[in-house]
Design a protein around this ligand. Structure first.
Ligand code: SF4
Ligand code: SF4
Length: 100
């Protein structure tokens, strides 16, 4: 199991915004029911603007064992998020986890 499968902090720390064109309704991959409208052509993963934030697609317990329910279909910001980055360290810190 890699570190991300034991973590999930970044899926429960930030707003996850992306283009509406990544949704299934617009020919993309992200299931429409997991997305909320923001403004214009921007949408957001459901749950990531709640407090505390937690993406509706995330299953499991943060810092123990997690999975993304739409891993194959997740949006660009999730694909581009880098394990070991500053943002990764910030997300982990919010959940009491040491940096990688
Ligand atoms: S916060 Fe970092 S280690 Fe944790 S799941 Fe995200 S990228 Fe992986
Ligand atoms: S779509 Fe998956 S990878 Fe992206 S924030 Fe949600 S649970 Fe995490």
């Amino acid at each position: 199991m890699n570190e991300c499968q034991r973590c999930g902090a970044c899926c429960a720390a930030f707003r996850v915004d992306f283009s509406v064109y990544e949704t299934q309704a617009c020919g993309g991959t992200v299931p429409d029911g997991l997305v909320v409208d923001v403004a214009g052509a921007t949408v957001r993963m459901r749950g990531t603007d709640h407090w505390p934030p937690r993406c509706a697609a995330l299953t499991g317990a943060i810092g123990r064992q997690v999975a993304c329910g739409i891993y194959e279909w997740r949006p660009a910001p999730c694909r581009e998020f880098e394990a070991g980055s500053d943002a990764c360290a910030r997300a982990r810190a919010r959940h009491g986890l040491a940096p990688l």
